[in-house]
Design a protein around this ligand. Structure first.
Ligand SMILES: Nc1ncnc2c1ncn2[C@@H]1O[C@H](COP(=O)(O)OP(=O)(O)OP(=O)(O)O)[C@@H](O)[C@H]1O
Ligand SMILES: [Mg+2]
Length: 235
């Protein structure tokens, strides 16, 4: 018997209401990710990437379909349980870093451990060792505004990983960075993948998606495997 995927979406639909009018953003999306995979979801602006990421990240729920994460069915659970799963299982990385600017890098990385009720000394040690992992131990006391964009994103990645989540979920992680810095962040993702981290990365950039080991395409809210996508282009 094969191993269960880490996450599995089946026949997910998502519709937003614009006043009285329904607008369907995701159409019958089925998608699964095995433990240890590095997958990229590639699609143009407005195709539904962030909507899909919000569902995968337990920030939002679908209108229909089933979402299983590890052994839990996420589809119809309460908001507070959803928050719990989110904190435990998902490490988020965003385009604009979303760091708190008034506290230091190491304090930013410690924050998720505060919510996880980890003791103070252990918080500090774990945060410092995550900062070392992303190559920033010498900037631990800087506030985000005393860092470059690439350094800020490294802090955000350390913060995402410090709780040892099941999945690192990144939405356009290089979108605010110049090309070279973006490539360095992708090298970091590749080395995290080599260590066994499961990564789901959303991007509109073909180049950035090529760092992933598998690419799926999203077009107007429909998801296609690489093979399906290529076949569609040839039609
Ligand atoms: N809360 C909302 N209410 C109504 N429509 C929405 C809402 N959020 C997103 N949409 C619509 O859903 C579609 C997909 O949006 P989404 O943000 O998922 O796209 P995206 O692929 O992440 O785009 P980008 O690359 O520009 O970030 C868009 O047409 C958008 O206008
Ligand atoms: Mg988006």
């Amino acid at each position: 018997m094969g191993k269960e995927p880490l996450l599995m979406l089946s026949h997910i639909n998502k519709t937003y209401m614009l006043g009285e009018l329904p607008f369907q953003v995701l159409h019958d999306v089925s998608f699964s990710v095995e433990e240890g995979e590095f997958v990229s979801i590639l699609g143009p602006s407005g195709s539904g990437k962030s909507t899909l990421m919000n569902i995968i990240g337990c920030l939002d729920t679908a209108n229909s379909g089933v979402y299983r994460l590890r052994d839990k069915e996420v589809s119809d659970i309460s908001e507070s349980q959803l928050a719990q799963i989110r904190n435990r299982e998902i490490g988020f990385v965003f385009q604009n870093f979303q760091l708190l600017t008034k506290i230091s890098a190491v304090e930013n990385v410690m924050l998720p451990l505060v919510y996880a009720r980890c003791p103070r000394k252990e918080r500090y040690e774990r945060a410092m060792s995550m900062l070392a992992k992303v190559g920033l131990e010498n900037k631990a006391q800087n506030t985000p505004l005393q860092l470059s964009g690439g350094q800020m994103q490294r802090v955000a990645i350390a913060r995402a990983l410090v709780t040892q989540p099941a999945i690192l979920l990144a939405d356009e992680p290089t979108g605010a960075l110049d090309q070279k810095t973006g490539e360095q962040i992708m090298e970091l993702f590749s080395s995290l993948h080599d260590e066994g981290k499961t990564i789901v990365m959303i991007t509109h950039s073909h180049k950035i998606s090529s760092y992933a080991k598998r690419v799926v395409h999203i077009v107007d809210g429909h998801l296609y495997s690489e093979e399906e996508y290529k076949a569609m282009l040839q039609e």
